[in-house]
Design a protein around this ligand. Structure first.
Ligand SMILES: N[C@@H](CCC(=O)N[C@@H](CS)C(=O)NCC(=O)O)C(=O)O
Length: 208
């Protein structure tokens, strides 16, 4: 068993991003599936969110902090550059993605579409209201990837691994997929990044 442990259910976008980073770097890790608010997660994250990480005596929460630790603590290619501007560009796109793309795709569209009270049905007003906001985010992302095919600094970085599970999840839902599909640059970006072993090998098992 590898001594780096990534903890969280495999269908969490942030858990997958960290697993993608380990695969891209060639870092051996153990993946332990655990739900938010479970005792093993609460032992590390004060608010019970996933992912969390253990490595020997080190335990961490917040996906970007964990990514920074893995990128610096282990050998292999760097996916968060050491130079000031390179590091800041990755930080910029991770912050934007987590504030806007995660909010509108994952929290306001996917979560209320997938998890709802069966007696009440999904909150269709909330879900529909997310679509124009997703569209605004896609305009930004499409422009950002247009020139190089990557979000930050012209080469693969953690910023790409952070966003790809969100964009790919949107493609599983017809209304969101229609919005995302309107952007050909994002289509090419997703096709190229989801073909990588780091994405393919971290697929969550099919949902029951
Ligand atoms: N800022 C956090 C966000 C983590 C997050 O939103 N995790 C979701 C799953 S993808 C979660 O734990 N949701 C349940 C909850 O918030 O209680 C990070 O980057 O790690």
């Amino acid at each position: 068993m590898a001594d780096l442990e990534i903890i969280g259910v495999p269908f969490s976008n942030y858990v997958r991003s960290l697993r993608m980073l380990c695969v891209e770097k060639g870092v051996a890790y153990t993946h332990t599936s655990a739900r938010p608010q479970s005792p093993e997660v609460l032992a590390i994250h004060p608010a019970g969110q996933i992912p969390v990480m253990r490595h020997g005596d080190v335990s961490l929460f917040e996906s970007k902090a964990i990514a920074t630790y893995i990128d610096k603590a282990f050998p292999g290619p760097k996916f968060i550059p050491e130079d000031a501007l390179g590091a800041a560009l990755v930080e910029q796109w991770v912050s934007y993605t987590n504030a806007k793309v995660d909010r509108w795709i994952m929290r306001e569209f996917v979560v209320p579409s997938a998890f709802f009270d069966k007696a009440k049905g999904p909150d269709t007003a909330r879900i529909s209201a997310a679509l124009p906001e997703i569209d605004k985010c896609m305009q930004v992302v499409d422009r950002a990837v247009a020139e190089t095919g990557y979000l930050a600094g012209g080469s693969l970085s953690y910023a790409d691994m952070n966003i790809v599970p969100m964009l790919a999840t949107a493609m599983l839902y017809p209304a969101a997929a229609e919005v995302v599909s309107g952007y050909s640059g994002i289509g090419r970006y997703l096709a190229s990044l989801t073909a990588r072993p780091s994405y393919v090998d971290t697929a969550p098992p099919p949902r029951r």
